[in-house]
Design a protein around this ligand. Structure first.
Ligand SMILES: Cc1ncc(COP(=O)(O)O)c(C=O)c1O
Length: 440
């Protein structure tokens, strides 16, 4: 290890070396160098908070009458939050109450975890930031990231463009689109046998809107566990952005993290989740990153949390205080689950209408429908027309906005369509496909 490491980084690494040497070996160069400056301004400020009885001249905010100074022209937008929960800085790892409340929510959603310890969730500037953090902590230039071929396009920017890692893909669905291509996943893992590998699992999936069945979920966990047992050091990143948006009874409800977090010592599970899509608060920008590993101990998790918090301190310093306070209160609000359930029910009705319209025999010559049962989106595999040409035609002639992905995939966000619009939207997509096909 480099002699230039900060002593706090060296101490965190030494703790990992003794209790989880495999996790230490998974860290990027930057990940190894990171530490949380627990003995600097933040620690001195925290000490003063509890002990400076006469005057606290440590903190980097301004105060007045015992609360953060603030302006009426800002305050008028906040009615119920106290000033301290709006204007003050949050800790770099996030407000402890919020971290504990989110951890309790995760545990309720993942009964498989049982008593298995995980880290506390560290608060991120929504999921994109969590994905950026996991990349910086674990990816060096040239490292591989294995993801499904149907994926959120930002993965390329996050890990390839910014960090120099290499994205490689496995086919998400079999050629007939009858279900997941588990053999494809197993083959992709086997081809990378014995290496360090980041694998990204995003369910409900963007863009297809698919969540595995319980049998498929078990097979994914088994495939990763076998690869880990055979010597591959896996960082399994679960991008759970659309968790909770389930529209049929056949899909697995428990996030994969519940089982992956205890699968094998060669497998570090990283859960990236947040309030963004689950609680319909996209612009509040509150997400979480959580670690779990077989044999994970409080010491190991503390080292990972500190490195993560150090990276947050070094980039955005800390995450929006009003965002954190609102999400905390949301989690504590007895009305939250009912209100969220009502919105999910609305999306479920739209998904059902989408299912019917997309699969209508009238449109069978225009596309295949990728399996979908969850999330905000669904995806069509167009027949005889390129997705970009159809997208343009839809905009120009039909006033319909869609997203073209790759050669043939057209993504439709039914989350943004009213039930009444859905049949007509698919009729117009079919017309556009036929027009483009006639031209090509
Ligand atoms: C699969 C997936 N992951 C992560 C994100 C990012 O979410 P956030 O807005 O919380 O950064 C998105 C947003 O579109 C997404 O589709």
């Amino acid at each position: 290890m480099s002699q230039d490491l900060h002593p706090l980084a060296a101490a965190a690494n030494a703790r990992l070396a003794s209790e989880a040497p495999i996790i230490l070996s998974m860290l990027s160069q930057r990940g190894r160098a990171l530490y949380f400056p627990a003995q600097g301004i933040l620690a001195q400020g925290a000490e003063a908070k509890s002990r400076a009885r006469f005057a606290n001249a440590t903190i980097g905010i301004a105060t007045e009458d015992g609360e953060p100074m603030h302006l009426p022209c800002v305050q008028r937008y906040f009615r119920e939050l106290p000033a301290a929960e709006i204007y003050d800085y949050a800790p770099s790892a996030g407000r402890p109450e919020l971290r504990r409340a989110w951890a309790a929510k995760q545990r309720r959603e993942m009964p498989s975890l049982g008593a298995h310890p995980t880290s506390l969730p560290v608060v991120t500037q929504a999921l994109t930031h969590g994905l950026a953090l996991v990349g910086e902590l674990f990816l060096d230039p040239g490292d591989e990231v294995l993801t499904s071929d149907l994926m959120w396009e930002n993965y390329a920017l996050l890990w390839e463009t910014r960090l120099g890692a290499r994205l490689c893909t496995f086919p998400l669905f079999d050629a007939r689109l009858s279900g997941l291509d588990l053999a494809g996943l197993r083959a992709a893992l086997a081809a990378r046998h014995g290496r360090k590998l980041m694998v990204v699992l995003n369910f409900p999936n963007n863009p297809s809107g698919y969540t595995p069945t319980p049998a498929e979920a078990a097979a994914i966990v088994a495939a990763l566990s076998e690869a880990a047992a055979a010597g591959t050091r896996l960082i399994a990143v679960c991008d759970d952005a659309y968790y909770g948006m389930f529209f049929d009874e056949a899909s697995e409800r428990e996030p994969l993290f519940g089982k992956l977090a205890q699968a094998h010592p060669n497998l570090l599970a990283v859960k990236i989740d947040g309030a963004t899509k689950e609680a319909f608060v996209w612009g509040l920008r509150i997400g979480f990153i959580t670690y779990g590993c077989a044999g994970g101990t409080p010491t190991v998790y503390e080292a990972l949390e500190q490195k993560t918090a150090g990276l947050i301190r070094a980039t955005v310093s800390n995450v929006s205080m009003p965002g954190q306070s609102i999400v905390l209160r949301l989690l504590q609000d007895p009305a939250f689950r009912d209100q969220q359930g009502a919105k999910i029910a609305l999306l479920r009705r739209r998904a059902a209408a989408t299912m019917q319209a997309a699969r209508s025999p009238e449109h069978a010559d225009c596309w295949d429908v990728y399996p979908f049962n969850s999330g905000y989106f669904m995806c069509l595999r167009l027949k005889g027309a390129t997705a970009e040409a159809v997208r343009q035609e839809l905009l120009q002639t039909h006033g319909v906005g869609t997203i073209a992905l790759g050669e043939r995939q057209l993504r439709v966000a039914f989350s943004c369509l009213s039930e009444a619009q859905i049949a007509e939207v698919f009729a117009r997509i079919a017309q556009a496909v036929r027009t483009v096909r006639g031209r090509q």
